[in-house]
Design a protein around this ligand. Structure first.
Ligand SMILES: Cc1ncc(COP(=O)(O)O)c(C=O)c1O
Length: 480
Protein backbone atom coordinates (compact mmCIF):
# COMPACT_ATOMS: atom_id res chain seq x y z
CA UNK A 1 0.00 0.00 0.00
CA UNK A 2 2.91 2.34 0.59
CA UNK A 3 3.47 2.48 -3.13
CA UNK A 4 0.38 4.70 -3.29
CA UNK A 5 1.93 7.34 -1.07
CA UNK A 6 3.47 10.19 -3.00
CA UNK A 7 7.11 10.39 -1.99
CA UNK A 8 10.60 10.21 -3.37
CA UNK A 9 10.23 6.55 -4.30
CA UNK A 10 6.92 6.85 -6.14
CA UNK A 11 7.34 9.82 -8.44
CA UNK A 12 7.16 7.59 -11.52
CA UNK A 13 3.81 6.17 -10.45
CA UNK A 14 2.65 9.71 -9.62
CA UNK A 15 3.67 10.96 -13.04
CA UNK A 16 2.06 8.12 -14.97
CA UNK A 17 -1.13 7.99 -12.87
CA UNK A 18 -1.78 11.71 -13.02
CA UNK A 19 -0.96 11.77 -16.73
CA UNK A 20 -3.45 8.97 -17.27
CA UNK A 21 -6.11 10.93 -15.42
CA UNK A 22 -5.32 14.05 -17.42
CA UNK A 23 -5.43 12.09 -20.68
CA UNK A 24 -8.95 10.89 -19.87
CA UNK A 25 -10.17 14.39 -19.18
CA UNK A 26 -8.44 15.78 -22.28
CA UNK A 27 -9.95 13.07 -24.47
CA UNK A 28 -13.37 13.65 -23.00
CA UNK A 29 -13.21 17.42 -23.42
CA UNK A 30 -11.91 17.05 -26.97
CA UNK A 31 -14.90 14.93 -27.97
CA UNK A 32 -17.73 16.33 -25.86
CA UNK A 33 -20.09 17.99 -28.30
CA UNK A 34 -22.85 18.86 -25.84
CA UNK A 35 -22.66 20.32 -22.34
CA UNK A 36 -24.60 17.38 -20.93
CA UNK A 37 -25.80 13.95 -21.97
CA UNK A 38 -29.19 14.43 -20.36
CA UNK A 39 -28.68 11.42 -18.10
CA UNK A 40 -31.32 11.08 -15.41
CA UNK A 41 -30.83 10.43 -11.72
CA UNK A 42 -32.64 7.13 -12.10
CA UNK A 43 -30.42 6.03 -14.97
CA UNK A 44 -27.14 6.97 -13.30
CA UNK A 45 -27.80 6.02 -9.67
CA UNK A 46 -27.69 2.23 -10.10
CA UNK A 47 -24.20 2.44 -11.65
CA UNK A 48 -22.90 4.22 -8.58
CA UNK A 49 -25.00 2.19 -6.16
CA UNK A 50 -23.65 -1.13 -7.31
CA UNK A 51 -20.02 -0.18 -6.69
CA UNK A 52 -18.76 -1.83 -3.54
CA UNK A 53 -16.38 0.60 -1.87
CA UNK A 54 -15.03 -2.19 0.26
CA UNK A 55 -13.78 -4.02 -2.84
CA UNK A 56 -11.12 -1.80 -4.42
CA UNK A 57 -9.91 -2.46 -7.94
CA UNK A 58 -6.22 -1.88 -7.09
CA UNK A 59 -5.60 -0.49 -10.54
CA UNK A 60 -5.75 3.14 -11.61
CA UNK A 61 -6.60 2.32 -15.21
CA UNK A 62 -9.54 0.17 -14.16
CA UNK A 63 -10.78 2.84 -11.77
CA UNK A 64 -10.50 5.48 -14.48
CA UNK A 65 -12.48 3.20 -16.80
CA UNK A 66 -15.13 2.99 -14.14
CA UNK A 67 -15.02 6.74 -13.61
CA UNK A 68 -15.64 7.28 -17.30
CA UNK A 69 -18.93 5.46 -16.88
CA UNK A 70 -20.12 6.95 -13.63
CA UNK A 71 -18.84 10.50 -13.97
CA UNK A 72 -16.81 11.71 -16.94
CA UNK A 73 -19.28 10.53 -19.56
CA UNK A 74 -22.27 12.30 -18.05
CA UNK A 75 -20.75 15.24 -16.18
CA UNK A 76 -22.02 18.75 -16.89
CA UNK A 77 -19.25 20.43 -18.86
CA UNK A 78 -18.86 24.14 -18.20
CA UNK A 79 -16.26 24.50 -20.91
CA UNK A 80 -18.92 23.89 -23.56
CA UNK A 81 -20.23 27.06 -25.26
CA UNK A 82 -23.84 26.03 -24.75
CA UNK A 83 -23.52 25.64 -21.02
CA UNK A 84 -25.36 28.85 -20.15
CA UNK A 85 -26.82 28.13 -16.75
CA UNK A 86 -25.20 29.10 -13.48
CA UNK A 87 -22.23 31.21 -12.44
CA UNK A 88 -19.71 28.58 -13.49
CA UNK A 89 -16.88 29.53 -15.75
CA UNK A 90 -14.69 27.56 -18.07
CA UNK A 91 -11.29 27.38 -16.42
CA UNK A 92 -7.99 28.70 -17.71
CA UNK A 93 -5.19 26.20 -18.16
CA UNK A 94 -2.58 27.98 -15.98
CA UNK A 95 -5.00 27.68 -13.07
CA UNK A 96 -5.49 23.97 -13.72
CA UNK A 97 -1.71 23.53 -13.61
CA UNK A 98 -1.81 25.36 -10.29
CA UNK A 99 -4.52 22.99 -9.08
CA UNK A 100 -2.36 19.97 -9.93
CA UNK A 101 0.62 21.46 -8.13
CA UNK A 102 -1.25 22.53 -5.04
CA UNK A 103 -2.95 19.20 -4.44
CA UNK A 104 0.27 17.27 -4.90
CA UNK A 105 2.36 19.46 -2.61
CA UNK A 106 -0.71 19.78 -0.39
CA UNK A 107 0.35 22.81 1.62
CA UNK A 108 -2.13 23.89 4.22
CA UNK A 109 -2.40 27.62 4.46
CA UNK A 110 -3.35 27.84 8.11
CA UNK A 111 0.15 28.24 9.43
CA UNK A 112 3.53 29.26 8.13
CA UNK A 113 4.98 25.96 9.30
CA UNK A 114 2.57 24.07 7.00
CA UNK A 115 3.03 26.28 4.02
CA UNK A 116 6.00 28.67 3.94
CA UNK A 117 6.03 30.26 0.44
CA UNK A 118 2.34 29.52 -0.07
CA UNK A 119 1.52 31.91 2.75
CA UNK A 120 3.52 34.70 1.14
CA UNK A 121 2.00 34.02 -2.28
CA UNK A 122 -1.50 34.21 -0.82
CA UNK A 123 -0.64 37.42 1.01
CA UNK A 124 0.72 38.99 -2.15
CA UNK A 125 -2.46 38.09 -4.05
CA UNK A 126 -4.58 39.57 -1.29
CA UNK A 127 -2.56 42.79 -1.53
CA UNK A 128 -2.89 42.73 -5.30
CA UNK A 129 -6.67 42.39 -5.00
CA UNK A 130 -7.07 45.11 -2.35
CA UNK A 131 -4.98 47.44 -4.51
CA UNK A 132 -7.16 46.71 -7.53
CA UNK A 133 -10.21 47.52 -5.41
CA UNK A 134 -8.53 50.58 -3.91
CA UNK A 135 -9.15 49.69 -0.28
CA UNK A 136 -6.17 51.64 1.00
CA UNK A 137 -2.93 50.95 2.84
CA UNK A 138 -4.41 49.23 5.90
CA UNK A 139 -6.33 46.66 3.86
CA UNK A 140 -6.02 42.91 4.19
CA UNK A 141 -8.02 39.75 3.62
CA UNK A 142 -7.87 36.04 3.23
CA UNK A 143 -8.82 33.38 0.68
CA UNK A 144 -12.02 31.51 1.40
CA UNK A 145 -13.95 28.58 -0.04
CA UNK A 146 -16.45 30.78 -1.89
CA UNK A 147 -18.73 33.78 -1.85
CA UNK A 148 -20.97 32.30 0.81
CA UNK A 149 -18.09 31.99 3.24
CA UNK A 150 -16.71 35.40 2.28
CA UNK A 151 -20.08 37.03 2.92
CA UNK A 152 -20.40 35.19 6.23
CA UNK A 153 -16.99 36.32 7.40
CA UNK A 154 -17.59 39.92 6.31
CA UNK A 155 -20.86 40.01 8.22
CA UNK A 156 -19.23 38.43 11.25
CA UNK A 157 -16.73 41.30 11.29
CA UNK A 158 -19.53 43.82 10.80
CA UNK A 159 -21.46 42.30 13.70
CA UNK A 160 -18.44 42.52 15.97
CA UNK A 161 -17.71 46.09 14.88
CA UNK A 162 -21.29 47.04 15.69
CA UNK A 163 -20.17 46.54 19.31
CA UNK A 164 -23.38 45.44 20.91
CA UNK A 165 -24.35 42.42 22.90
CA UNK A 166 -27.91 42.77 21.76
CA UNK A 167 -28.00 40.81 18.54
CA UNK A 168 -31.75 41.28 18.40
CA UNK A 169 -31.24 44.96 17.60
CA UNK A 170 -28.94 44.42 14.63
CA UNK A 171 -30.17 45.05 11.11
CA UNK A 172 -28.60 44.24 7.75
CA UNK A 173 -29.82 46.00 4.62
CA UNK A 174 -29.64 44.28 1.27
CA UNK A 175 -31.64 44.45 -1.91
CA UNK A 176 -34.40 41.99 -2.62
CA UNK A 177 -32.19 40.41 -5.32
CA UNK A 178 -29.09 40.05 -3.15
CA UNK A 179 -27.61 36.59 -2.68
CA UNK A 180 -29.36 34.27 -0.24
CA UNK A 181 -26.10 33.80 1.66
CA UNK A 182 -26.80 37.17 3.31
CA UNK A 183 -29.86 35.72 5.04
CA UNK A 184 -28.07 32.47 5.76
CA UNK A 185 -25.17 34.38 7.33
CA UNK A 186 -27.56 36.36 9.52
CA UNK A 187 -28.98 33.10 10.80
CA UNK A 188 -25.54 31.60 11.40
CA UNK A 189 -24.51 34.76 13.23
CA UNK A 190 -27.39 34.42 15.63
CA UNK A 191 -29.32 37.42 14.39
CA UNK A 192 -33.07 37.57 14.58
CA UNK A 193 -35.15 36.25 11.65
CA UNK A 194 -36.20 39.78 10.70
CA UNK A 195 -32.65 41.15 10.86
CA UNK A 196 -32.23 41.32 7.09
CA UNK A 197 -34.20 44.23 5.67
CA UNK A 198 -34.96 43.54 2.05
CA UNK A 199 -34.88 46.68 -0.06
CA UNK A 200 -36.74 47.20 -3.32
CA UNK A 201 -34.86 47.51 -6.59
CA UNK A 202 -35.38 49.89 -9.47
CA UNK A 203 -36.24 48.99 -13.04
CA UNK A 204 -32.65 47.86 -13.62
CA UNK A 205 -32.68 45.64 -10.51
CA UNK A 206 -30.41 47.98 -8.57
CA UNK A 207 -31.02 48.77 -4.91
CA UNK A 208 -33.22 51.85 -4.49
CA UNK A 209 -31.15 54.20 -2.41
CA UNK A 210 -34.13 56.33 -1.44
CA UNK A 211 -35.59 53.25 0.20
CA UNK A 212 -32.25 52.50 1.84
CA UNK A 213 -32.05 56.03 3.28
CA UNK A 214 -35.59 55.69 4.54
CA UNK A 215 -34.95 52.32 6.19
CA UNK A 216 -31.69 53.47 7.79
CA UNK A 217 -33.49 56.46 9.26
CA UNK A 218 -36.32 54.27 10.49
CA UNK A 219 -33.80 51.86 12.03
CA UNK A 220 -32.24 54.73 13.94
CA UNK A 221 -35.59 56.06 15.11
CA UNK A 222 -36.65 52.61 16.29
CA UNK A 223 -33.53 52.38 18.44
CA UNK A 224 -32.13 49.55 16.30
CA UNK A 225 -28.56 49.22 15.04
CA UNK A 226 -27.79 49.37 11.31
CA UNK A 227 -25.07 46.72 11.39
CA UNK A 228 -24.29 46.53 7.68
CA UNK A 229 -25.44 47.40 4.22
CA UNK A 230 -24.72 44.68 1.68
CA UNK A 231 -24.44 46.18 -1.77
CA UNK A 232 -24.23 43.70 -4.60
CA UNK A 233 -21.84 44.33 -7.46
CA UNK A 234 -23.31 41.82 -9.87
CA UNK A 235 -26.51 40.18 -8.67
CA UNK A 236 -26.77 36.46 -9.32
CA UNK A 237 -29.78 36.72 -11.61
CA UNK A 238 -29.45 40.06 -13.34
CA UNK A 239 -25.79 40.99 -12.96
CA UNK A 240 -27.08 44.34 -11.75
CA UNK A 241 -24.70 46.54 -9.81
CA UNK A 242 -26.11 48.50 -6.91
CA UNK A 243 -25.31 52.24 -6.94
CA UNK A 244 -22.14 51.93 -4.88
CA UNK A 245 -21.19 55.63 -4.46
CA UNK A 246 -24.65 56.62 -3.20
CA UNK A 247 -24.78 53.61 -0.88
CA UNK A 248 -21.29 54.42 0.45
CA UNK A 249 -22.47 57.98 1.16
CA UNK A 250 -25.40 56.68 3.21
CA UNK A 251 -23.17 54.24 5.08
CA UNK A 252 -20.88 57.14 6.01
CA UNK A 253 -23.84 59.18 7.14
CA UNK A 254 -25.26 56.43 9.35
CA UNK A 255 -21.94 54.95 10.47
CA UNK A 256 -22.81 51.62 8.92
CA UNK A 257 -20.43 48.93 7.70
CA UNK A 258 -20.52 48.67 3.92
CA UNK A 259 -20.02 45.20 2.52
CA UNK A 260 -19.84 44.89 -1.25
CA UNK A 261 -20.67 41.43 -2.51
CA UNK A 262 -18.70 41.44 -5.75
CA UNK A 263 -18.66 37.65 -6.04
CA UNK A 264 -19.71 38.00 -9.66
CA UNK A 265 -18.81 41.58 -10.62
CA UNK A 266 -15.22 41.23 -9.42
CA UNK A 267 -14.17 40.29 -12.94
CA UNK A 268 -14.41 44.00 -13.72
CA UNK A 269 -11.39 44.58 -11.47
CA UNK A 270 -9.30 43.31 -14.37
CA UNK A 271 -11.23 44.97 -17.17
CA UNK A 272 -9.63 47.79 -19.10
CA UNK A 273 -12.99 48.73 -20.65
CA UNK A 274 -15.61 48.39 -17.95
CA UNK A 275 -13.86 48.86 -14.60
CA UNK A 276 -15.82 52.06 -13.98
CA UNK A 277 -19.03 50.06 -13.62
CA UNK A 278 -17.95 49.18 -10.08
CA UNK A 279 -16.64 52.60 -9.12
CA UNK A 280 -17.39 53.17 -5.46
CA UNK A 281 -16.30 49.66 -4.45
CA UNK A 282 -13.16 51.26 -3.00
CA UNK A 283 -15.32 52.78 -0.25
CA UNK A 284 -16.34 49.40 1.14
CA UNK A 285 -15.36 48.13 4.58
CA UNK A 286 -15.33 44.62 3.17
CA UNK A 287 -15.59 43.03 -0.24
CA UNK A 288 -16.35 39.51 -1.48
CA UNK A 289 -14.48 38.46 -4.59
CA UNK A 290 -15.07 35.09 -6.27
CA UNK A 291 -12.20 34.30 -8.55
CA UNK A 292 -14.04 31.08 -9.37
CA UNK A 293 -16.77 33.03 -11.08
CA UNK A 294 -15.34 35.78 -13.22
CA UNK A 295 -11.59 35.17 -13.07
CA UNK A 296 -11.96 31.79 -14.84
CA UNK A 297 -10.59 29.86 -11.87
CA UNK A 298 -11.49 26.30 -10.86
CA UNK A 299 -13.70 25.91 -7.80
CA UNK A 300 -12.87 26.89 -5.18
CA UNK A 301 -11.23 30.29 -5.16
CA UNK A 302 -12.63 33.28 -3.35
CA UNK A 303 -11.50 35.95 -0.92
CA UNK A 304 -12.86 38.33 1.63
CA UNK A 305 -11.05 41.66 1.70
CA UNK A 306 -11.27 44.33 4.37
CA UNK A 307 -10.37 48.01 4.49
CA UNK A 308 -8.94 47.72 7.99
CA UNK A 309 -6.76 44.68 8.68
CA UNK A 310 -7.40 45.09 12.41
CA UNK A 311 -11.02 44.01 11.96
CA UNK A 312 -9.85 40.53 11.02
CA UNK A 313 -8.95 40.02 14.68
CA UNK A 314 -12.60 39.10 15.23
CA UNK A 315 -11.80 35.79 13.56
CA UNK A 316 -8.64 35.20 15.60
CA UNK A 317 -8.26 32.43 18.13
CA UNK A 318 -5.01 30.99 19.38
CA UNK A 319 -4.19 27.36 20.03
CA UNK A 320 -0.94 26.35 21.68
CA UNK A 321 -0.43 23.48 19.25
CA UNK A 322 -0.99 25.62 16.17
CA UNK A 323 -0.69 29.39 16.35
CA UNK A 324 0.25 30.44 19.87
CA UNK A 325 -0.11 34.12 20.63
CA UNK A 326 3.64 34.57 20.93
CA UNK A 327 3.94 33.93 17.16
CA UNK A 328 2.20 37.25 16.51
CA UNK A 329 5.04 39.02 18.32
CA UNK A 330 7.57 36.90 16.49
CA UNK A 331 5.93 38.13 13.28
CA UNK A 332 5.24 34.62 12.01
CA UNK A 333 2.54 34.91 9.37
CA UNK A 334 -0.20 32.43 10.29
CA UNK A 335 -3.14 32.94 7.98
CA UNK A 336 -5.38 30.95 10.32
CA UNK A 337 -5.41 34.09 12.49
CA UNK A 338 -7.60 35.70 9.80
CA UNK A 339 -9.67 32.78 8.62
CA UNK A 340 -12.83 30.92 9.62
CA UNK A 341 -11.17 27.75 8.37
CA UNK A 342 -8.21 25.97 9.91
CA UNK A 343 -6.80 23.50 7.39
CA UNK A 344 -7.13 25.39 4.11
CA UNK A 345 -6.28 24.70 0.50
CA UNK A 346 -3.64 26.72 -1.30
CA UNK A 347 -6.26 27.92 -3.80
CA UNK A 348 -4.34 31.14 -4.25
CA UNK A 349 -1.78 29.29 -6.36
CA UNK A 350 -4.27 28.97 -9.21
CA UNK A 351 -4.72 32.72 -9.41
CA UNK A 352 -0.98 33.19 -9.08
CA UNK A 353 -0.31 30.92 -12.06
CA UNK A 354 -3.01 32.72 -14.02
CA UNK A 355 -1.62 36.18 -13.35
CA UNK A 356 1.95 35.07 -14.04
CA UNK A 357 1.08 33.34 -17.32
CA UNK A 358 -1.77 35.44 -18.73
CA UNK A 359 -1.68 38.65 -16.76
CA UNK A 360 -4.64 40.51 -15.31
CA UNK A 361 -5.48 42.16 -18.63
CA UNK A 362 -5.91 38.70 -20.13
CA UNK A 363 -8.60 37.85 -17.57
CA UNK A 364 -10.25 41.24 -18.11
CA UNK A 365 -10.29 40.65 -21.85
CA UNK A 366 -12.14 37.35 -21.40
CA UNK A 367 -14.62 38.88 -19.00
CA UNK A 368 -15.21 41.85 -21.31
CA UNK A 369 -15.95 39.41 -24.11
CA UNK A 370 -18.70 37.66 -22.17
CA UNK A 371 -20.21 40.99 -21.15
CA UNK A 372 -20.20 42.06 -24.81
CA UNK A 373 -21.82 38.76 -25.79
CA UNK A 374 -24.57 39.34 -23.24
CA UNK A 375 -25.21 42.79 -24.73
CA UNK A 376 -25.55 41.19 -28.17
CA UNK A 377 -27.80 38.49 -26.71
CA UNK A 378 -30.01 41.20 -25.23
CA UNK A 379 -30.39 42.78 -28.66
CA UNK A 380 -31.41 39.44 -30.11
CA UNK A 381 -33.97 38.91 -27.38
CA UNK A 382 -35.33 42.44 -27.43
CA UNK A 383 -35.91 42.17 -31.18
CA UNK A 384 -37.56 38.75 -30.97
CA UNK A 385 -41.34 38.83 -30.41
CA UNK A 386 -41.21 35.26 -29.04
CA UNK A 387 -39.46 36.48 -25.89
CA UNK A 388 -39.78 38.93 -23.06
CA UNK A 389 -36.39 40.00 -21.69
CA UNK A 390 -36.15 41.60 -18.25
CA UNK A 391 -33.22 44.03 -18.10
CA UNK A 392 -30.35 45.13 -20.26
CA UNK A 393 -27.30 43.36 -18.83
CA UNK A 394 -24.67 45.19 -16.76
CA UNK A 395 -22.57 42.02 -16.73
CA UNK A 396 -23.26 38.77 -18.51
CA UNK A 397 -26.66 37.36 -17.59
CA UNK A 398 -29.91 37.49 -19.52
CA UNK A 399 -33.25 36.80 -17.86
CA UNK A 400 -36.11 36.21 -20.26
CA UNK A 401 -39.11 34.08 -20.97
CA UNK A 402 -40.77 32.65 -23.98
CA UNK A 403 -44.12 34.26 -24.69
CA UNK A 404 -45.99 31.95 -26.99
CA UNK A 405 -48.23 33.57 -29.57
CA UNK A 406 -51.92 33.39 -28.66
CA UNK A 407 -51.34 32.33 -25.04
CA UNK A 408 -52.31 34.86 -22.42
CA UNK A 409 -52.62 32.74 -19.29
CA UNK A 410 -49.46 33.56 -17.29
CA UNK A 411 -49.60 30.20 -15.50
CA UNK A 412 -49.63 28.38 -18.83
CA UNK A 413 -46.68 30.51 -19.98
CA UNK A 414 -44.90 29.55 -16.74
CA UNK A 415 -45.46 25.89 -17.47
CA UNK A 416 -44.25 26.22 -21.04
CA UNK A 417 -41.00 27.84 -19.87
CA UNK A 418 -40.46 25.30 -17.12
CA UNK A 419 -41.04 22.54 -19.62
CA UNK A 420 -38.62 24.11 -22.11
CA UNK A 421 -35.86 24.29 -19.49
CA UNK A 422 -36.38 20.69 -18.44
CA UNK A 423 -36.60 19.42 -22.00
CA UNK A 424 -33.44 21.26 -22.95
CA UNK A 425 -31.61 19.76 -19.98
CA UNK A 426 -32.89 16.29 -20.84
CA UNK A 427 -31.70 16.69 -24.43
CA UNK A 428 -28.29 17.90 -23.28
CA UNK A 429 -28.17 20.30 -26.24
CA UNK A 430 -27.79 23.24 -23.89
CA UNK A 431 -28.10 23.95 -20.19
CA UNK A 432 -29.90 27.09 -19.06
CA UNK A 433 -31.00 28.28 -15.64
CA UNK A 434 -34.32 29.50 -14.37
CA UNK A 435 -35.55 32.00 -11.83
CA UNK A 436 -38.67 33.86 -10.82
CA UNK A 437 -39.42 37.48 -11.61
CA UNK A 438 -42.56 39.04 -10.17
CA UNK A 439 -43.75 35.57 -9.19
CA UNK A 440 -43.47 34.27 -12.77
CA UNK A 441 -41.07 31.67 -14.14
CA UNK A 442 -38.26 33.01 -16.28
CA UNK A 443 -35.24 31.46 -17.92
CA UNK A 444 -31.69 32.66 -17.49
CA UNK A 445 -28.49 32.60 -19.48
CA UNK A 446 -25.32 33.18 -17.50
CA UNK A 447 -22.65 33.83 -20.09
CA UNK A 448 -19.18 33.14 -18.79
CA UNK A 449 -17.68 31.40 -21.76
CA UNK A 450 -15.98 33.65 -24.32
CA UNK A 451 -16.38 30.78 -26.82
CA UNK A 452 -20.16 31.18 -26.75
CA UNK A 453 -21.18 33.00 -29.92
CA UNK A 454 -24.29 34.97 -30.77
CA UNK A 455 -25.09 32.10 -33.10
CA UNK A 456 -25.06 29.75 -30.08
CA UNK A 457 -27.44 32.08 -28.28
CA UNK A 458 -29.74 32.20 -31.30
CA UNK A 459 -29.73 28.39 -31.61
CA UNK A 460 -30.56 27.92 -27.94
CA UNK A 461 -33.37 30.46 -28.16
CA UNK A 462 -34.84 28.51 -31.08
CA UNK A 463 -34.55 25.28 -29.11
CA UNK A 464 -36.34 26.88 -26.15
CA UNK A 465 -39.11 28.21 -28.36
CA UNK A 466 -39.42 24.79 -29.99
CA UNK A 467 -39.75 22.96 -26.68
CA UNK A 468 -42.22 25.51 -25.32
CA UNK A 469 -44.35 25.26 -28.45
CA UNK A 470 -44.24 21.48 -28.23
CA UNK A 471 -45.51 21.68 -24.65
CA UNK A 472 -48.33 24.00 -25.63
CA UNK A 473 -49.27 21.82 -28.57
CA UNK A 474 -49.46 18.78 -26.31
CA UNK A 475 -51.32 20.71 -23.67
CA UNK A 476 -53.92 21.73 -26.28
CA UNK A 477 -54.22 18.09 -27.31
CA UNK A 478 -54.72 17.11 -23.68
CA UNK A 479 -57.44 19.72 -23.27
CA UNK A 480 -59.32 18.70 -26.43
C1 LIG B 1 -23.73 37.64 -5.77
C2 LIG B 1 -23.30 36.34 -5.18
N1 LIG B 1 -22.81 36.32 -3.93
C3 LIG B 1 -22.42 35.18 -3.34
C4 LIG B 1 -22.51 33.98 -3.99
C5 LIG B 1 -22.10 32.71 -3.30
O1 LIG B 1 -20.91 32.26 -3.85
P1 LIG B 1 -20.43 30.74 -3.67
O2 LIG B 1 -21.35 29.93 -4.51
O3 LIG B 1 -19.04 30.79 -4.18
O4 LIG B 1 -20.52 30.40 -2.24
C6 LIG B 1 -23.02 33.95 -5.29
C7 LIG B 1 -23.15 32.68 -6.00
O5 LIG B 1 -23.70 32.58 -7.06
C8 LIG B 1 -23.42 35.16 -5.89
O6 LIG B 1 -23.93 35.18 -7.13
Amino acid sequence: MRSHLLNDTTTERYRSSVTEGIERVAARIATTDRPFTGVTVDALSPHIERIDLDRPLHDTTAVLDELEEIYLKDAVYFHHPRYLAHLNCPVVIPAVVGEAVLSAVNSSLDTWDQSAGGTLIERKLIDWTTERIGLGPAADGVFTSGGTQSNLQALLLAREEAKTDSNAKLRIFASEVSHFSVKKSAKLLGLSPDSVVSLPVDHDKRMQTVALAHELERCRQDGLIPMAVVATAGTTDFGSIDPLPEIAELCDQFGTWLHVDAAYGCGLLTSLKNRDRIDGIERADSVTVDYHKSFFQPVSSSAVLVRDAATLRHATYHAEYLNPRRMVHERIPNQVDKSLQTTRRFDALKLWMTLRVMGADGIGELFDQVCARAAEGWELLAADPRFDVVVQPSLSTLVFRHIPADVTDPAEIDRANLFARKALFASGDAVVAGTKVGGRHYLKFTLLNPETTTADIAVVLDLIAGHAEQYLGESLDRAS
